[in-house]
Design a protein around this ligand. Sequence first.
Ligand SMILES: [Zn+2]
Length: 378
Amino acid sequence: MKTTISNGEIKRQNRIKTAQYIFEHRMVSRQEIAAALGFSLPTVFQNVTELIDWGMVCESGEYGSTGGRKAKVLKIREGFRCVAGAEITAHHVRLILMDLNWSLLAAEQVSLAYENSSEYYEALGEQIDQFIRRNGIGPDNPCELIGVGISLPGIIDHDLGVLRQSYALNVMNVSIRLFAQNIHYDYCFENAAGNAAYAELENKQNNTIYLSLNDTVDGAAYFDGELYHGDNFKGAEFGHMILVPDGRPCYCGKKGCLDAYCAARVLNKDNARTLDDFFSDLEEKKAEAVQLWDEYLEHLALAVSNLRMAFDCDIILGGHVGGRMAKYLRELETKIRRYNKLDLDISYIRTGRFKKESSAIGAARQMVDRYLSGLPVF
Ligand SMILES: [Zn+2]
């Protein structure tokens, strides 16, 4: 059956795309928006005027002139809404508050050991409430909170609303409603690696593979601006690709998984030392650290090369190790060249900008997307 979309709905969708573009790119001109979204300039002028009148967008200076009238810089107005992000881990909740210009207003980590109990879920809601209140958000503050994006470490079945499996939390098949029942704001849930990837994406439309090199190795894939979940929400579990047949045992029960070779715990020796200590030893060229790093990069090179062959797109190395990887990329490149004869260099690899807050920031960004996609008619 043919469905028709009203003119009002088309206008609303165009306004949503304009608002999303300004949020994603932070500082833009009307001309850039028109070129990027394929809108006519009059359409963009109308959308922007409506968003300015509504209080969401403001003009902030001018671009340098290239002849003719200077283009005005557009951005989200200071003080227009804020958003929270929460990353749930086995022993902590990491909380962030940011505005819609991507400025981090607050970041905290609170101790809260996960257990599947009503006491935990009550405490989670209370911690989120307290964090938001501590940072001055409430009925008296005009900076209205649009919601809380939440990261969970595991496979989320969005159809059933269930955390299907989480090794980190040591649970299976827990309803998302339990996590949400004491949250007094709008919310959304996504898995931790998907959110971390989302925080790192500079251009949503670029296809991107994200490899999270943390205590575990996790992954995410964004294709055409959307997180790829797979048919059963198990997509992009790169940490459990077999790298070495019958190799080192992995916590998942298999042998030879990427996780067993490239998780941060390989470097910090299951927390016998800190990751900072390891990288200090590496800087000082201590033999044990140099050899361990060489083996680590060998396995990482193999995994990255395979991912590049499979997906032919940008690859971000994130997490605690990925965030420290920038100065070692040449070393990694030398190893990748042995496996990859199709690419001239490794300019498709980028290292993560965020070490600690990526998952919570990505969760907040998901929440903003949800908010903007529901912009009202005005
Ligand atoms: Zn595994």
